[in-house]
Design a protein around this ligand. Structure first.
Ligand code: GDP
Length: 197
């Protein structure tokens, strides 16, 4: 599906969030998990590269998504959150995340789905477990994506899937590859149904 993303703004403070309008889809993950690659693959554009611009990496970057270029009203909004897990031993995300992140996740009224990216090639990480527990405690809809699935053989994929499901305490888990496009249409379907609820 062809979509038209438009950068709205970069917020480093809750006062700068855009006024709530269309359903929002938040993208979360440790730095280097493949978040910008996945967003770019989803959007078929280089727009998400804004997130790697210095100064914007500790911000929430908002993009409006429409299915027609001439349409003014966003069909949905993507919120690209800062990567976490910079510190080698990162016991607490909240210790390294800017203060406005938790209020966004807990209170944003239009937040329809949290897409949590985890690296499918490594075991569940404490910071991922902590984030998912937090979102579950807030009763947020969430979808866990195992990224870089192209790096695993069929056998390894089954093992990794079980390990992640158990370690992260989630039922559903979708493996994706920004490189091969695997899992992308399922991901789009989930996003679209969350945005139209
Ligand atoms: P971010 O920091 O989460 O935005 O991660 P990036 O999208 O910049 O990706 C981090 C690294 O992982 C880069 O070297 C990418 O080339 C690599 N990467 C991202 N997605 C994939 C994927 O689907 N498959 C493979 N094999 N590598 C990937």
């Amino acid at each position: 599906m062809r979509v038209y993303p438009k950068f709205i703004l970069s917020a480093t403070d809750a006062a700068h969030f855009p006024a709530p309008s269309a359903p929002e889809i938040a993208f979360l993950g440790r730095s280097n998990v493949g978040k910008s690659s996945l967003i770019n693959a989803l959007l078929g554009s280089k727009q998400a590269h804004v997130s790697s611009t210095p100064g914007r990496t500790r911000a929430i970057n908002f993009f409006s998504i429409t299915d027609k270029p001439e349409r003014q009203q966003a069909q949905m909004i993507f919120a690209d959150l800062p990567g976490y897990g910079y510190a080698k031993i990162s016991k607490s995300i909240s210790a390294e995340w800017p203060k406005f992140i938790n209020p966004y996740l807990a209170e944003r009224p239009t937040l329809a789905l949290c897409i949590c990216l985890v690296d499918s090639t490594i075991p569940p990480q404490p910071s991922d477990i902590q984030l998912i527990e937090y979102l579950q405690s807030r009763e947020r809809s969430l979808l866990v994506i195992g990224t870089k699935a192209d790096r695993l053989s069929g056998n390894e994929r089954v093992k990794a899937m079980n390990l992640l499901r158990k370690g992260l305490n989630v039922d559903g888990l979708l493996f994706c590859s920004a490189k091969t496009g695997a899992g992308m249409s399922e991901l789009w379907q989930t996003i679209q149904s969350a945005a139209s609820e």
